[in-house]
Design a protein around this ligand. Structure first.
Ligand code: SF4
Length: 460
């Protein structure tokens, strides 16, 4: 590789990093810096939650966001407190395995992975992958946005967020199922979804993933401006990757039956309310804080609940909600009542049980409206309607709060004014089909209420 290429690649890597917050590199925003705390599979202990709450109070403005990758963000960090915040988070055991390993801690699993006796437990594989990503120097050059989904076929799962690479068991009730894998997309659930590229056994899965990363990194050295696997596939075609893989790993990955394989759809809103864990004696209890946001007081109270009901453990989810594991069946109703008493919602007709929003103009210089305040206003107007679809409030078309279209999206165009989109299978925009342009929150509430009350599908 020439020195020019090396320098170009290094500066491109640094540029792409600076756009994304991390633990050591805080991104500037209107309300101060953002520190992103990457949690392994969304896991958080009650003690760690209390330490984050204290740190957000002392070093930030108190706003704590749950992200769509089940991580946390501490907002409003002042420049003079950045180092103290980092030291506190490292002391709490929330740092990466290596100094340069923070950005690549992007391995997603279901928040109920490992707790379903009928499903393969993918956490050991995901843990080994996370270690490999953090400890191998070449992998540390991957974009902070580069993400890998290790799906175990669970009934509670997000399979609509596109990932650079996904694996999903073809027969999840088999104790050693073959995994289908695919690039730049999601496990197929609908007839017209793109099929997987091939299959591997559980024992071959880590080799396959690292081989894919190696192929991408080699290609990326010749194309330093690119950052995601979709860029490579657009350049080389998928067949190039399959050929490279079979040469490197020494076993075939193509599978004829894959073209018709579809992953079972997860349960709708399975992350909310009470769900049995695999062994039958315990439950998960899940609920959503308003707009996926916490503050130090609420986080400390959640830590108390985790101590009381779930062995000091809780889990954050990609729906930007909270899940308490290991709750005894007898305690589940009172645990849910405790969560609701703290202002969390678990009943999907309630608009705040599913509504998500980016920071909006309270925290982001690109925002065209106060999405957080407008979202709460919209939720109040819709409260009591028998059916309320999931709503995404976005301060601009960048859609930071959601990598995929939601049933209803409000995209700000001016303070208090939004374009409304309904999710659609064929666009035309990334949010779906335009329902109405330039509407106020009151008009949006009326339109959404009418559309929901019609009983017709919200999918256009
Ligand atoms: S979607 Fe737009 S307004 Fe919202 S946080 Fe992202 S860049 Fe800012």
């Amino acid at each position: 590789m020439s020195q020019l290429t090396t320098n170009t690649q290094q500066s491109t890597v640094e540029e792409r990093r600076s756009a994304c917050p991390g633990l050591f590199r805080m991104a500037k925003a209107r309300d101060g810096a953002i520190c992103r705390v990457k949690l392994t599979f969304g896991d958080l202990s009650a003690d760690q939650a209390r330490q984050i709450a204290d740190a957000a109070h002392r070093f930030g403005n108190g706003a704590i966001e749950i992200t769509n990758r089940a991580n946390l963000q501490v907002r409003g960090v002042r420049p003079e407190t950045e180092n103290a915040l980092i030291a506190t988070l490292l002391k709490a055991g929330l740092g990466p395995l290596t100094d340069r390993g923070d950005d690549v801690r992007n391995v997603m699993v279901s928040p109920v992975a490992g707790a379903d006796s009928d499903r393969v437990d993918v956490r050991p594989l995901a843990t080994r992958l996370l270690e490999a990503l953090q400890t191998n120097f070449p992998y540390q050059s991957l974009s902070p946005k580069f993400s890998i989904l290790i799906d175990g076929g669970e009934s509670v799962a997000t399979v609509d967020h596109p990932h650079d690479l996904w694996l999903s068991p073809i027969d999840p009730q088999n104790s050693a199922p073959r995994f289908a894998f695919g690039i730049a997309g999601v496990p197929p659930t609908r007839a017209d979804d793109q099929s997987g590229l091939g299959t591997v056994t559980p024992g071959e899965a880590l080799n396959l993933i690292t081989a894919i990363l190696d192929v991408f990194i080699e290609w990326n050295q010749r194309h330093p401006e690119a950052s995601r696997l979709r860029h490579m596939i657009a350049d080389t075609g998928a067949e190039y990757l399959v050929e490279q893989l079979e040469q490197r790993i020494g076993f075939p990955v193509r599978s004829d039956g894959l073209v018709n394989w579809r992953r079972a759809m997860p349960r709708s809103n399975g992350h909310l309310g009470i769900s049995p864990e695999g062994n039958g004696s315990n439950c998960f209890v899940g609920a959503m804080p308003p707009l996926g946001r916490l503050d130090p007081v609420l986080l400390r109270l959640l830590a108390e609940l985790a101590d009381k009901h779930s062995n000091g453990k809780f889990r954050l989810t990609p729906w930007q909600s909270v899940l308490l594991p290991e709750v005894s069946i007898d305690n589940a109703p009172s645990t849910l009542a405790d969560l609701e008493a703290l202002g969390l919602s678990a009943n999907p007709p309630h608009p705040l049980a599913t509504m998500i929003s980016c920071a909006g103009s309270a925290g982001c210089g690109s925002a065209l409206a106060a999405t957080q305040a407008d979202g709460l206003k919209l939720a109040a107007l819709l409260h009591g309607k028998p059916i309320v679809p999931q709503i995404h409030m976005s301060g601009c078309s960048k859609s930071c709060a959601s990598p995929s279209a939601k049933p209803v999206t409000l995209v700000a165009i001016a303070p208090g004014h939004y374009d409304i989109f309904l999710q659609a299978t064929n666009g035309p925009s990334r949010f779906g089909k335009l329902l109405a342009a330039n509407v106020t929150i009151e008009e949006a509430a009326e339109l959404i209420g009418l559309k929901s009350g019609s009983g017709g599908p919200l999918y256009a």
